[in-house]
Design a protein around this ligand. Structure first.
Ligand SMILES: NC(=O)c1ccc[n+]([C@@H]2O[C@H](COP(=O)([O-])OP(=O)(O)OC[C@H]3O[C@@H](n4cnc5c(N)ncnc54)[C@H](OP(=O)(O)O)[C@@H]3O)[C@@H](O)[C@H]2O)c1
Length: 281
């Protein structure tokens, strides 16, 4: 049995990713045996909202898909360490696919927005990856954003993101960002006045560093980050031009298929995307 967990699967892109994982599983180029079955754990911080989503997904999915795929709801508040470790214990000895989708985009820009955004979009993702067990040969796909490209940072900050080699290097950047927003020096020090984009730069840098850590540890789990494009969800307040299914395309490609993706890469529109080169565009 193949198992996958999607955080924030109850609505928005996460719902679209669960649905697309289900629909595409029978044609997966990784799991090719007709006897392979997929169980998707739909992570939701509110279990009743997760159950509503599961009901709606079962109503949408075709019978031949449901012959191969089942969906189960699991309580997961990625900001709660207790919730993460409780689910981690339930998922032993491990799952095959982890999709880190849960995230927030807050209005405004101040110390509180920076703190909460980094906590949810960066540290909570790290906590999930550190604790949810993923089996050898498995994959971790983390939803970042193309807003996380390095354009817009001052040269020094940009170079520190670009050259971050360890997870601790990235942690330091995320700590410093919160500090410079709190003391009002972010602009003169070359940071962007954008908490969401900066948290996603942190995610992209973290996944790059983590791939290196896993390589050195000989851990056979491939990690990727990606952008779904501008998707019509509550987060984009009706402005996103992609459907949920279109937004789920790149994440599900990285989760279910053979690709030429190298661990640590950031993908956008079904291919590797250079977060540095876009600087000069
Ligand atoms: N939409 C886009 O155009 C776009 C573009 C680039 C990247 N992204 C990324 O895609 C991901 C999904 O975005 P979306 O547009 O679908 O957003 P959304 O419509 O606001 O949905 C966010 C989802 O994340 C969940 N969530 C937030 N904080 C959580 C936490 N602490 N624990 C567990 N679940 C939590 C929400 O759960 P509740 O229902 O309980 O609130 C909801 O299921 C995010 O990481 C976002 O940054 C989106």
């Amino acid at each position: 049995m193949v198992t996958a967990l999607v955080s924030g699967g109850n609505r928005g892109l996460g719902y679209g990713i669960v649905r697309r994982l289900a629909n595409e599983f029978p044609a997966s180029s990784l799991y090719t045996s007709p006897s392979d079955k997929l169980t998707i754990y739909l992570g939701s911080r509110d279990v009743s909202k997760g159950e509503e989503a599961r009901k709606s997904l079962y109503a949408e999915l075709a019978k031949d898909v449901l012959d191969r795929v089942s969906i189960e709801v699991r309580q997961l508040d990625t900001s709660s360490h207790d919730s993460v470790t409780k689910l981690a214990a339930e998922l032993q000895p491990g799952i095959d696919i982890l999709v880190n989708n849960a995230g927030i985009a807050m209005d405004g820009f101040d110390a509180n927005v920076a703190k909460q955004t980094v906590a949810t979009n960066y540290y909570a993702v790290k906590d999930v990856i550190d604790h949810i067990p993923v089996k050898d040969g498995g994959r971790i796909v983390t939803i970042a954003s193309s807003t996380g490209v390095l354009r817009g940072f001052g040269d020094e900050v940009r170079d520190r993101f670009r050259n971050a080699k360890t997870v601790e290097d990235v942690d330091r950047l995320m700590e410093e960002f919160q500090q410079v927003v709190a003391d009002g020096t972010w602009k003169e020090k070359g940071w962007k006045g954008a908490a969401y984009a900066t948290s996603k730069s942190g995610v992209i840098a973290y996944i790059r560093a983590l791939a290196e850590v896993y390589k050195q540890q000989g851990k056979r789990v491939d990690v990727f980050s990606c952008c779904p494009g501008y998707v019509n969800t509550d987060m984009t307040k009706g402005k996103g031009h992609k459907t949920l299914d279109q937004g789920a395309e790149t994440p599900v490609l990285l989760a279910l298929h053979k690709t030429d993706a190298k661990p640590g890469e950031f993908w956008f529109e079904k291919k590797a995307y250079d977060w540095e080169l876009r600087q000069s565009n």
